[in-house]
Design a protein around this ligand. Structure first.
Ligand code: SF4
Length: 493
């Protein structure tokens, strides 16, 4: 039995699961949705790219979404294609019991129909399984001979050789058993959703941990607007959400309302006092210890990486982190200087990257980074790939100091951090305003995508501009690190 009208999409069903209010706002006040961040858009794009690659496993299909943008017509067209026994259908659309779902790939086999839902991740989360089970519930009720339903995701063990092998790049897992077990659950939930829509009043749901689990809600700007005060407790960093909501439920929404005798860990006390008095906190002896550990000659290092879902280079796995750009920044008597290396995207070139890095850093006694995790990870990976440079890499690592420790371990805290300990937050303090906002490229994910765009962009002027923007972004990171170092030095002088 299939229908032609629907009230619930897969997205809205998942919203209901997370928060009834989020569902209601999504259905009735969608204009209140927060604007999509560039990062979120890029995540969607990655999903589409991987979905498109998975279609290559089942070539020659008809993509229903390309035939019509009207979802009801898409369901009608899917029905027609099924009746005609079209072997492969992409974005097959079904409506049952008020719910509309689109299945990435539907394949006709000798046993019957098999559906595939593609995810652009290495792991299959519980939410993905639930999402696929809902699709199974709808498709099964529209298609008698649906014999299985698979979740398809990227295979973390896949290694690229010569060209992409789609058969081994993806792996699949049947969710049929899970789905069959939960049929009544979905029927029950859908009844509740229809009731929620019919009631036509915004469900009264207070903010809570559910606003971030399993996904950051799209309506944070609406529901959380009252927590935007300068001294809101939600601007306390590294704090257990349980603790924050416990305070919030007691009417403590700003730090001034936290009772004086409230027991709290020292890092929390530092933040609370700093916010209450609008003053920075400096642990002068810890900062001095850090500054004293820096050699006479020192530089700042930052790397950008490309983590492609679909690997491009020999021996690479999905999402393997490939470094493509570094900035080494240092002071001379004439001012600040930079050494950059930009790895062309067309070929692997990691050995050249490593050689340039070793050469650029060799004259400095100390190499300062902001959050060394990425740099250490990349250097260890390069050591595995090119063991002939082990000695140089070990030397480089032994000279590395992480200036973010000062912030992460609360040796320095500024109320403007607002619980954010990134280089961007530091930039607010040392650059006055956030220079990152003025850059075309303002985050690692955007940088990664800009680099990837060089693969397909044929206009050399656009390519040169992108390359320069990436270098500027990387240099801004090292320059901010340098300014922060000088800022700290002044604090303790
Ligand atoms: S922000 Fe929180 S309370 Fe508001 S709709 Fe989203 S999940 Fe529900």
């Amino acid at each position: 039995m299939s229908e032609s009208t629907y009230k619930i999409s897969k997205t809205s069903f998942l919203k209901f699961e997370q928060c009834h209010k989020a569902f209601f706002l999504y259905k009735n006040f969608n204009h209140l949705k927060d604007p999509l961040s560039k990062e979120k858009l890029l995540t969607f794009k990655r999903g589409h790219d991987v979905g498109y690659a998975a279609q290559k496993l089942f070539p020659g299909g008809i993509d229903v979404s390309l035939e019509t943008k009207n979802l009801q017509n898409a369901a009608i067209l899917t029905k027609e294609l099924i009746e005609k026994k079209q072997c492969v259908i992409y974005e097959a659309t079904f409506i049952f019991n008020h719910v509309l779902v689109m299945v990435d790939i539907l394949e006709l086999t000798t046993e019957g129909w098999i559906a595939y839902e593609v995810k652009s991740s290495l792991k299959v989360s519980d939410t993905y399984v639930k999402d696929a089970c809902l699709q199974y519930y709808v498709v099964k009720n529209c298609l008698d001979n649906l014999c299985d339903f698979y979740l398809v995701n990227l295979n973390g063990d896949y290694v690229f050789h010569d060209e992409l092998n789609y058969k081994t790049l993806f792996k699949r897992r049947s969710i049929k058993k899970d789905a069959e077990k939960n049929i009544t659950y979905f029927q029950h939930q859908i009844d509740k959703i229809v009731l929620c829509l019919d009631q036509n009043t915004i469900p009264n749901v207070p903010i809570g941990k559910h606003c971030f689990t399993p996904y950051g809600c799209d309506f944070l700007g609406t529901c959380w607007k009252n927590t935007n005060q300068e001294n809101s407790i939600f601007k306390l960093g590294k704090t257990d959400k349980e603790q924050l909501f416990n305070w919030y439920s007691r009417g403590i929404d700003v730090v001034e309302k936290i009772p004086e005798d409230e027991e709290m860990k020292s890092f929390l006390k530092i933040q609370v006092e700093s916010m209450k008095h609008g003053k920075e906190y400096v642990n002068a002896s810890a900062v001095k210890t850090f500054i004293d550990s820096i050699g006479k000659t020192f530089c700042f290092l930052d790397m950008e990486i490309w983590s492609a879902a679909l690997p491009k280079y020999e021996g690479c796995k999905p999402f393997e982190q490939v470094p493509f750009l570094f900035s080494v920044c240092f002071e001379t008597k004439d001012g600040v200087e930079y050494i950059n290396y930009f790895k062309p995207i067309e070929s692997d070139g990691r050995e050249e990257f490593l050689k340039k890095l070793i050469a650029s850093a060799k004259n400095f006694e100390t190499i300062i980074v902001y959050d060394k995790n990425l740099e250490v990870q990349i250097l260890n990976q390069l050591e595995n790939l090119f063991p002939q440079y082990t000695k140089e890499i070990k030397l480089l690592l032994s000279r590395m100091r992480d200036i973010s420790d000062i912030v992460q371990h609360f040796h320095y805290y500024h109320p403007k951090f607002k619980g954010n300990f990134s280089l961007k937050a530091v930039s607010e303090i040392v650059n006055g305003t956030s220079e990152y906002e003025q850059q075309q490229i303002s985050s690692g994910l955007i940088a990664m995508n800009a680099y990837e765009s060089l693969l397909t962009e044929s206009n050399p002027i656009i390519n040169e501009t992108t390359k320069q923007e990436l270098i500027d972004y990387c240099n801004l990171d090292t320059n901010t690190g340098l300014k922060f170092f000088n800022f700290l030095k002044e604090k303790i002088s």
